[in-house]
Write a protein that binds this ligand. Structure first.
Ligand SMILES: [Zn+2]
Length: 258
C-alpha cells in the first residue's frame, strides 16, 4: 500500500484506532550504543528497571534525536479532525498529554510508591526530574552514583517513590485507568462503523494490550481495515489477510516519510 492508498483509507474511515508500540521508545537505535546498553544492564541488575523509560528518554535527548517527536507530530496531523483513540505500550512521555490516548504501561510523568500504595500517585515535579537527571548523568559514565529514588516518601507506608510505569515491581495501574475507561467506551461505539485500525511499531512485549485486542476488534467488525506497520513483525494473521495489510518498515521512519 502506498502513501496515497493510505491517505484514502484515513479519509474513508469514520473511526481510527491507533496503537503505538515499542518502536516509540527509541530502543532500536539506542540498542546499538554500548553506553546505553551498559546503563540498561546496571538498572536491571540493581532492581531499578522502573528507571528504564527515563533512561531511554535521557539518551535520546543527549543524542538530540527528534525522530520520534517528529513522527508523533505527523501522526497528529493525520488524525486531525478524525474521531480516533490511541493506546500506547510505549512509555515515551512525548506521547503523553494527548486527550484521546491511554498509556497503559505508564511513562515518566508520574511517581508512585515502590510498594504500590494507591495514595502515593503524583505528577512528577521539576525537583523530581532534576534528581533523576543527575542519576542518569552518572549512569552515562557507566556507574550507579547517588540515590535513584525520587524525593519524598509514600504518605501511607513510608516507602520509597519510583516512576509510575510497568517496569516498577508493584506497578500502580491507577495512573491510566481513567483514560482506559474512556477508551473502552469509545471502542464499544466502533462496531459496524468504518474502522481503520492503525498499529504502529507494536512488538510482542505486551500483546494483550494492543496486538490481540486490535486483531479481535478488526475481525468482528465487517467494515474494518487493519494496517500494521512494523520492521519485523508486520505479517497479518490469516483471518485478517483479506482486510488488512502489513507494511515492513520501522513505524517511526514510515510516519516521517508519509
Ligand atoms: Zn506506600
Amino acid at each position: 500500500m502506498d502513501s496515497q492508498d493510505f491517505f484514502e483509507k484515513i479519509k474513508e474511515a469514520e473511526l481510527i484506532l491507533v496503537g503505538l508500540g515499542e518502536a516509540f521508545d527509541g530502543t532500536g537505535l539506542l540498542g546499538q550504543d554500548p553506553e546505553y546498553r551498559t546503563g540498561c544492564g546496571i538498572l536491571k541488575e540493581e532492581g531499578l528497571s522502573w528507571l528504564l523509560p527515563g533512561w531511554n528518554e535521557y539518551c535520546l535527548r543527549q543524542r538530540g534525536d527528534k525522530r520520534i517527536e517528529k513522527a508523533l507530530e505527523r501522526l497528529d496531523a493525520l488524525l486531525e479532525g478524525k474521531n480516533y483513540f490511541g493506546v500506547s505500550v510505549s512509555t515515551n512521555s512525548s506521547i503523553a498529554g494527548r486527550k484521546r490516548m491511554v498509556m497503559a504501561c505508564g511513562s515518566t510523568i508520574r511517581k508512585q510508591c515502590a510498594e504500590g500504595c494507591e495514595e502515593a500517585l503524583q505528577i512528577m515535579s521539576e525537583e523530581d526530574r532534576a534528581a533523576l537527571e543527575s542519576f542518569y548523568c552518572g549512569l552515562a559514565e557507566g556507574k550507579r552514583s547517588g540515590n535513584p529514588y525520587l524525593p519524598g516518601r509514600c504518605p501511607k507506608c513510608g516507602g520509597k517513590l519510583v516512576l509510575n510505569n510497568v517496569y516498577a515491581e508493584n506497578y500502580n495501574e491507577k495512573g491510566y485507568l481513567d483514560q482506559w475507561g474512556l477508551y473502552m467506551k469509545w471502542l464499544q461505539g466502533t462496531l459496524n462503523r468504518r474502522l481503520l485500525v492503525l498499529e504502529l511499531g507494536v512488538g510482542m512485549q505486551f500483546p494483550s494490550v494492543i496486538r490481540w485486542p486490535f486483531e479481535k476488534a478488526a475481525f468482528f467488525n465487517r467494515k474494518a481495515f487493519f494496517c500494521r506497520v512494523n520492521d519485523k513483525l508486520y505479517q497479518m494473521t490469516k483471518e485478517l489477510a483479506e482486510k488488512g495489510c502489513g507494511i515492513s518498515e520501522d513505524a517511526v521512519d514510515w510516519l516521517a516519510r508519509l
